[in-house]
Design a protein around this ligand. Sequence first.
Ligand code: ADP
Ligand code: ADP
Length: 229
Amino acid sequence: MASISLRNVVKRYGHGPKANQVIHGVNAEIRDGEFVVIVGPSGCGKSTLLRMVAGLEEISGGEIAIGERVVNNIEPAERDIAMVFQNYALYPHMTVFENMAYGLKIKKVPEAEIKARVDKAAKILELGGLLDRTPRQLSGGQRQRVAMGRAIVRKPQVFLFDEPLSNLDAKLRAHTRLEIQKLHRELGVTSLFVTHDQVEAMTLAQRMIVMNGGHMEQIGTPEEVYARP
Ligand code: ADP
Ligand code: ADP
């Protein structure tokens, strides 16, 4: 587990006079083990902020630290993070087990260790009976749980969620939201979760960051954020 520090973080797309600044000096400290939700309307910069933490976007100004380590120039694979996306992008020809094991195989984790980690993740996510299936044989909610399983088995210091519930119908969304809460209770991994859905944000967040037009408008518990006039 690790804290995440955003220190005067700036993002510009493009260069020179045509550059478009979309993140304007965001400062925030996400504590070790905390679940923080970034919420705000479409286009306000949520994804960009998350992708900079992940290392998928260059940081134009300021710095981001994961734990003690400034990660501005650290490759995504070296950041000790795992990201769960909206479109879960599972490998269609692989089984659930193989999908979850794939990243570990590449890292040359021993077979027995891979099996132990996948079994544990499958138990937490109630995927035990589905390990031999392919993604085509799963529901949308089950696929999203496999995508989460793939993140868990890597034992990252930080989980990043980019609107992971948006493609699910209302019932599944509620169910998967509970799964994510349970996951955080059991593993306590520092989590940054992006959504444009205020209800989702309120129910999941220990603290929330409210973004608007590339600025951080508020940071606080849901009670603090919604108590303000
Ligand atoms: P959100 O996740 O809140 O919907 P984004 O972070 O996706 O917002 O986008 C923030 C702003 O940055 C938007 O104005 C968007 O058009 C712009 N933007 C996002 N990605 C790019 C990109 N690759 N190139 C140029 N502009 C981008
Ligand atoms: P979302 O709102 O779910 O984040 P978008 O449709 O805004 O998704 O963006 C999808 C992809 O397009 C992202 O990779 C984003 O970086 C890129 N993108 C968004 N806005 C722009 C833009 N103005 N110019 C170039 N790429 C963009």
